[in-house]
Design a protein around this ligand. Structure first.
Ligand code: DAH
Length: 360
């Protein structure tokens, strides 16, 4: 017969000195396992007399209960210590700079928005934003695009089933121009903003996607401070800086937009071949944006007196800028989310004006 007191003393000492979860498990097996000391003592009870069995059985049960309690207490302590150590080991300092080997890429559209924002910021423009879900009023009426105006059909608008406050029709904005009027209504003059953002039209083929991006620009100031010459030099400065060509040929062509008067479209010089469009010299022209002097009706609709104030505005498609600058042939690939595509056309986080491929 074993001495239960000695066994208990030894077992409790073993628990105390166990310093890992593996060690505590070894102690449990040594006592309670299939061939453990307590298991053996329990089996041995069968060989004892009824009296002895009762006394010895009681001692063993008490020992087992104390042993289990102590074992659990120690196990909890060790688990807490090991968890703490693991958390320390796996700690990530999110404030550290991104590693140069970072696998992520900046999407070409994000890159173009950043570049354009930088160029316009140097000319004193700040960034303004507006909602993607607009009312008919901000997307059309206030911009002098009146009911039954053909421009409403041209914009292939996505109307929402749901209506807004006061039962007004809601739609996905078809251009970033509503940000112009929202800014004129909410900011003090003079105003000098650009508004990059998503726009939507119900159109899908090789050269159209239902969602695309535009950058809107607006400058409104006292009439003596802003005229069409400023618009021209602002657009020329932007195009030459963006395409990094100081001699880039640029021309302004008369055009029509309901929200500007006079209006113009801007073309840049290019040449076309089987490989695609090449920006710069050549004998061809490529349209890249629309612009003009803000229509007096639009100023008036925003509570600005067109006798005293004047402004210019412009709008351009971001995908087109990206396709031209970075030789991306197919518009639809921008939104397909292919890893190979983004590895090829994307940019490393801190690269300056060169794409990931060139960096590699
Ligand atoms: N909103 C026009 C469009 O989506 C682009 C545009 C043209 C914006 C002339 C302007 C502008 O601000 O003055 O086609």
């Amino acid at each position: 017969m074993i001495d239960v007191e000695i066994l208990e003393q030894e077992a409790l000492e073993a628990i105390q000195s166990a310093d890992t979860l593996n060690a505590i498990e070894a102690v449990r097996i040594d006592i309670m396992g299939k061939n453990g000391k307590l298991t053996a003592a329990m089996k041995n009870l069968a060989n004892l007399s009824v009296e002895e069995k009762k006394a010895e059985g009681q001692k063993l049960n008490t020992f087992r209960d104390r042993f289990n309690t102590q074992l659990q207490v120690k196990k909890n302590q060790l688990e807490a210590i090991e968890l703490e150590a693991q958390l320390k080991k796996e700690f990530i300092d999110v404030t550290l700079p991104v590693s140069a080997q970072a696998a992520g890429r900046i999407h070409p559209l994000t890159k173009v928005i950043e570049e354009a924002t930088d160029i316009f910021a140097q000319m004193g423009f700040s960034v303004a934003e507006g909602p993607d879900i607009e009312t008919d009023h901000y997307n059309f009426s206030i911009l002098n695009i009146l009911e039954n105006h053909p421009a409403r059909q041209m914009h292939d608008t996505f109307y929402l089933k749901q209506r807004g406050a006061d039962d007004v029709p809601l739609l996905l904005r078809t251009h970033t121009s509503p940000v112009q009027v929202r800014t004129m209504l909410s900011q003090e003059l003079p105003i000098r903003i650009i508004a990059p953002g998503k726009t939507y039209r119900c159109d899908s083929d090789q050269t159209h996607t239902p969602m695309f991006h535009q950058i809107e620009g607006l400058y409104v100031d006292r009439a003596e401070n802003v005229h069409m010459g400023h618009l021209k030099s602002c657009i020329e400065t932007f195009c030459r800086a963006f395409f990094e060509m100081s001699e880039l040929p640029i021309r302004f062509r008369p055009s029509f937009f309901p929200f500007t008067e006079p209006s113009a479209e801007v073309d840049i010089g290019c040449s076309r071949s089987k490989e695609g469009v090449h920006i710069g010299g050549g004998s061809d022209w490529l349209e890249i944006l629309g612009c003009g002097m803000v229509h007096p009706n639009v100023l008036r609709n925003c509570g600005i007196d067109p006798e005293e104030y004047q402004g210019f505005a412009f709008g351009m498609g971001i995908e087109r800028l990206a396709m031209l600058k970075y030789n991306i042939p197919d518009l639809r690939t921008f939104f397909e989310g292919h890893l190979q595509w983004i590895k090829h056309y994307g940019f490393l986080p801190f690269s300056v004006n060169c794409n990931a491929n060139e960096d590699a």
